[in-house]
Ligand binder design. Sequence first.
Ligand code: HPA
Length: 277
Amino acid sequence: MYEKAASQIKAYAEKFFPGLPFQTAVVLGSGLGKFPLRYKEAPSVSYGELEGFSPSTAPGHEGRLYFIKLGDGGVLCFSGRTHYYEGKGIDRVVYPVRVMKKAGIKNLMLTNAAGGINRDFRVGDFMLITDHINMMPNPLISAADPELGVRFPDMTVPYDLKFREIIKAEAKKLNLVLREGVYIGVQGPCYETPAEIKAYRVMGADAVGMSTVPEVIEARRCGIRVCAVTLVANAASGMNSEPLTEEEVIAAGEKAASRFGALAESVLTAINGKAEL
Ligand code: HPA
């Protein structure tokens, strides 16, 4: 099944941009949904046309794959992801990453919106993820699949160091605040309790969200170089007296959209066309 979707994607890429190498992919989370509007002419296909892809039911997640030329190469831009809380199982959540591996993707940039746990963080800050804590099911629990990778992948440096250096350099050029920290990936869909947030802070988490970690685990198994940038969309539960709402997260995303888009564009342009960083 991964092969079928991968060959569909490769065929579209070749049709839209003959001969252009596609070695980089980006997954657009909350806050980056409008990124493809920067490239009005970019060809795209609906997830519905790709074998095994399911349309995302999460707000602001479009469910289209865009083919974008940036720098010396093509970028597969996945607008919308499946979350574990949608109930389709963890395999569905990481399916696009397995397809990317088969399609020859070497570099993957993940984006998301999260709640800030670190008291120094402000709503609207970006956080470069340096490490994570997984509170979701592990997507590698199944029969071993040597075609995708080893049984026991190393996770000592899940977020590629060179990739992180490039992101820091590009954020600096753009004068953007870029924090660094640990992301804790939770199941959702309810937001956390104040007691959970206190516990996660003690555990070492700086931000909490409902995505990304399974995709990173799968990418590492697949040998795909990965990095992730979080938009701090709200203060985590209990840090102020306000209840948490989806509207707040969406509004923070809209406010940050042009900065987030500029950062993603610079990073993708800087790494593009390179198999090695
Ligand atoms: N918790 C979990 N996921 C989130 C949050 C949050 O506070 N904000 C955005 N995604």
